[in-house]
Design a protein. Structure first.
Ligand SMILES: NC(=O)c1ccc[n+]([C@@H]2O[C@H](COP(=O)([O-])OP(=O)(O)OC[C@H]3O[C@@H](n4cnc5c(N)ncnc54)[C@H](OP(=O)(O)O)[C@@H]3O)[C@@H](O)[C@H]2O)c1
Length: 240
């Protein structure tokens, strides 16, 4: 039986590539998104993958979302926590709302999704969780105390939950992407982006499909001995 996977933020950017790669590998994929109905519809029309709208920062919405996916596709055995946002500002200008939104979505979303699926994974003795962190959670970044804190938190979360799942057949790993060519990076001013690319040893931005390859590797049934790890995919920019 094909395993059911939920990819949060799975309708565009890195998440879209992950959803597609998993579908092509034979998984039954549910792609979650927050509010961009137009992009979600285009994604479903193009790929045939079902899109599910809910806000990962809401504990109750995640519980209801997992329930709905399970009713329609079957028990959720794999989760890719990919949904993420930025609200960049220097500390001088960063207000409490920008802090809360990023922490609640990027890190709170991870907790909400894992919590909603955890008991089912425990009872079936199998689970694969991949959390998408960031190079900026490993190395920090100017103007991103909220984002760096949330992503750094994801790496700690992964190591802690990995310990809880280890003897139960559940692996929990993270991927820390470097700069990937998506809408999120397109929002960075061109002159800043040129400086960023100049610091990437491989000499270019990464492609979303290059992150998806890592996810496929980590969620495989054969990956039972890999847990609590962080896979850095960043063109050599930061060795961690
Ligand atoms: N791009 C990079 O260079 C880079 C580098 C390191 C790490 N990352 C991380 O990789 C992940 C994907 O990044 P990306 O560049 O592909 O982002 P993106 O193109 O901006 O796409 C973000 C996705 O997340 C969804 N989303 C946002 N908030 C959500 C919420 N509250 N509930 C549910 N879904 C939500 C969006 O849904 P809608 O379409 O409905 O808005 C969208 O599908 C993020 O966690 C990001 O931090 C990205």
């Amino acid at each position: 039986m094909a395993r059911v996977v939920v990819v949060t933020g799975g309708t565009r950017g890195i998440g879209e590539a992950i959803s597609l790669a998993l579908k092509n590998a034979g998984y039954k994929v549910a792609a979650n998104y927050a509010g961009n109905d137009e992009r979600a519809k285009a994604f479903t029309d193009r790929t045939g993958i079902a899109a599910y709208k809910w806000d990962v920062s809401s504990f109750d919405d995640c519980a209801a979302g997992i329930k709905k996916v399970e009713a329609e596709l079957g028990p959720v055995e794999v989760i890719v926590n990919n949904a993420g946002i930025t609200r960049d500002a220097t500390m001088k200008k960063m207000n409490r709302q920008a802090w809360d939104e990023v922490l609640d979505t990027n890190l709170g979303g991870c907790y909400n999704m894992c919590k909603a699926a955890w008991d089912g994974m425990l009872s079936r003795g199998f689970g694969r969780i991949v959390n998408i962190g960031s190079i900026n959670g490993q190395a920090g970044q100017y103007g991103q105390v909220n984002y760096a804190a949330a992503k750094s938190g994801i790496h700690g979360f992964t190591k802690a939950l990995g310990q809880e799942g280890a003897a139960k057949g559940i692996t929990v790993n993270a991927i820390a992407p470097g700069y990937i060519d998506t809408d999120m990076v397109a929002a960075v001013p061109a002159e800043v982006l040129a400086k960023i690319v100049a610091r990437i040893p491989v000499g270019r931005l990464g492609q979303a499909s290059e992150i998806a390859r890592g996810v496929l590797f980590l969620v495989a049934d054969e990956g039972g001995f890999i847990t609590g790890s962080t896979m850095s995919i960043n063109g050599g920019q930061h060795m961690y």
